[in-house]
Design a protein around this ligand. Structure first.
Ligand code: AMP
Ligand code: TRP
Length: 329
């Protein structure tokens, strides 16, 4: 039997090239070796304010993008989080076994809370929902970008705690491991190399969305910040912006950084940026073509409906085990 993997992306905007390089591209490769479960985590997205209409559209659009990238519903389960009630049910059981201190220490919480005028309680308890996503499917591996390490560690601690509190010597839940890409696990903003590229950045010039037009992509890369050194070097300390562009270039072309650096010796940033723009467009264009076909038909809805049934079958079994172990069923 194949081992299971689980991952999720929030429909809080259109995925960026950071999501693609850091996580989603890997989803496609992994589905051949693992039994993969991929989720559109719309309940995570509502931990910060969302326009209901836009959220619904983004949810469908993200599902179509998963498919357009090559997630194959005959191999993998692809579903919408809110279609499987076990997620919110498990989140409650998990919250009752997590400490307030643990949740308050999460850097994602601190970062997001700092950006909100009023902080919803769901932003704090977000990791409980994420722990639930992973454990409900007995996932052994979780492919994610670097920013999720702390959440994966929390999940691992939670599993140990739950098994020792309620397992009577047996492991009820499976302890997962994070799978992080070697390169591109943390793609930075094109406008500020000290902050992560994010689909919800208010400065749209900071990120490349998978649905940007070739013209927008080229413009954003050409106006990406660099430095006054004027030489293409991989030096994260002194040339963080250029190093970030090199990371993107290397991830998309599968070429070594050193090889790319030597190609652009003495040419300045112009040619380098122009080639990176072409490479990015060439990566994204075929995905957009399939995306447009999918959005024009009914297939996406059918796949979401089927995914909900398959995900519910697995998740409800784990939920029942947890409830029994805790004495509420
Ligand atoms: P999110 O957009 O927060 O739902 O993230 C979905 C997945 O993409 C997670 O596995 C993240 O770790 C990954 N990810 C998000 N932003 C980046 C980034 N800038 N660089 C690399 N990976 C990222
Ligand atoms: N927290 C993740 C993010 O912000 C999204 C997510 C929710 C997730 N549940 C998950 C990722 C389960 C992996 C597994 O990117």
């Amino acid at each position: 039997m194949k081992q299971r993997i689980f991952s999720g992306v929030q429909p809080s905007g259109t995925p960026t090239i950071g999501n693609y390089i850091g996580a989603m591209r890997g989803f496609v490769e992994l589905q051949d070796d693992y039994e993969a479960v991929y989720c559109v985590v719309n309940q995570h997205a509502i931990t910060v304010p969302q326009d209901p209409k836009v959220l619904r559209e983004n949810t469908k659009s993200l599902t179509a993008l998963y498919l357009a990238m090559g997630i194959d519903p005959s191999k993998s389960i692809i579903f919408k989080q809110s279609d499987v009630p076990a997620h919110s049910q498990a989140a409650w059981l998990i919250q009752c076994n997590l400490g307030l201190g643990e949740l308050e220490r999460m850097t994602q919480y601190k970062d997001k809370a700092a950006k909100q005028e009023s902080i919803g309680a769901g932003l704090l308890t977000y990791p409980a929902l994420m722990v639930g996503d992973i454990i409900l499917y007995d996932a052994e591996f979780v492919p994610v970008g670097d920013d999720q390490r702390q959440h994966i560690e929390l999940t691992r601690d939670f599993v140990d705690r739950f098994n020792s509190r309620f397992g009577n010597g047996n492991d009820i839940l499976v302890k997962p491991e994070g799978l992080y890409p070697d390169h591109g696990a943390r793609v930075m903003s094109l406008q500020d190399p000290s902050s992560k590229m994010s689909k919800s950045d208010s400065n749209v010039k900071g990120f490349i969305s998978l649905l940007d037009t070739p013209k927008q992509i080229t413009k954003k890369i050409k106006s990406a910040v660099t430095d006054s050194i004027g030489e293409v070097n991989y030096d994260k300390e002194n040339q963080p912006a250029v190093s970030n562009l090199l990371d993107i270039y290397s991830s998309l072309s599968m070429r070594d950084i050193d090889d790319i650096v030597s190609e652009y010796q003495g040419t300045g940033y112009g040619a380098f940026k122009s080639d990176l723009a072409d490479l990015t467009v060439a990566t994204i264009e075929p995905i957009q073509e399939r995306y447009n076909q999918l959005m024009a038909g009914d297939e996406v809805e059918d796949i979401i409906r089927d995914g909900a049934v398959r995900a519910n079958e697995i998740a409800s079994i784990t939920l029942e085990k947890m409830e029994k172990a805790m004495g509420i069923r």
